[in-house]
Design a protein around this ligand. Structure first.
Ligand code: G6P
Ligand code: MG
Length: 209
């Protein structure tokens, strides 16, 4: 019997990948850097500066730290405009039912997103109060695939990592869960999420392991 579940947000509970894509695409176009939806796939679960580094890897010139910070801020301002229109209609199928199933089973519920916009997104979705603990991404030194964020969630929930399971859509996220010593439910394609203990297509298929 597990004592806690720790959910990822983007791509699991709601689909913000489209908004991240649009915001990065505008930035990349402005810089004359090639960026498409296939490249966007590799950014899932990767934090903001890490994502920018991946995009600028195909640039023809070098960028200073100050320039990178300005570009990341510009992308985030656009992203914030896009997510301002989100509502509970943006919850993915099965998301609320999965949270309620875990609550009814007496599990502690945590959220481990590296997004610094996670609190805003949860608020727009109207589900903030469904979590016992939400990691503040600003307090995390190492993003996924490092286990830090899942270990912090477990510690704050007062549950040993081995008594937790995590739910993730990204390769880097599943790696983070596994290196934290937790059972991993992947959401997506089993051919992609090969490190997960089980893979489901979406939260409508969620069952407590
Ligand atoms: C999530 C998304 C990533 C995003 C990251 C940081 O992990 O999957 O695509 O880059 O959050 O988001 P932020 O809102 O802090 O820029
Ligand atoms: Mg995700």
């Amino acid at each position: 019997r597990y004592a806690a579940v720790i959910f990822d947000l983007d791509g699991v509970i709601t689909d913000t990948a489209r908004y991240h894509y649009l915001a990065w695409k505008r930035l990349a176009d402005g810089e004359g850097v090639h960026f498409d939806e296939a490249a966007n796939e590799h950014l899932k679960g990767i934090d903001r500066m890490g994502s920018l580094e991946l995009i600028l890897a195909s640039a023809t010139r070098a960028y200073s730290d100050a320039e990178k910070l300005a570009l990341a801020t510009e992308k985030n301002e656009h992203y914030k405009e896009l997510i301002a229109t989100m509502s509970p209609a943006d919850l993915l199928p099965g998301a609320v039912a999965a949270l309620d199933t875990c609550r009814a089973a007496g599990l502690k519920i945590g959220l481990a997103s590296v997004s610094r916009n996670a609190f805003t997104v949860l608020d727009r979705l109207g589900i903030t109060d469904k979590f016992d603990y939400i990691v503040d991404a600003g307090t995390i030194a190492k993003g996924k695939p490092d286990p830090e964020i899942f270990l912090k969630a477990a510690r704050e929930l007062g549950v040993a990592p081995g008594d937790c399971f995590g739910v993730e859509d990204a390769v880097a996220g599943v790696a983070s869960i596994k290196s934290a010593g937790m059972y991993a439910i992947g959401v997506g394609d089993p051919a992609v999420l090969t490190e997960a203990d089980q893979v489901i297509p979406d939260l409508a298929a969620f069952r407590i392991p």
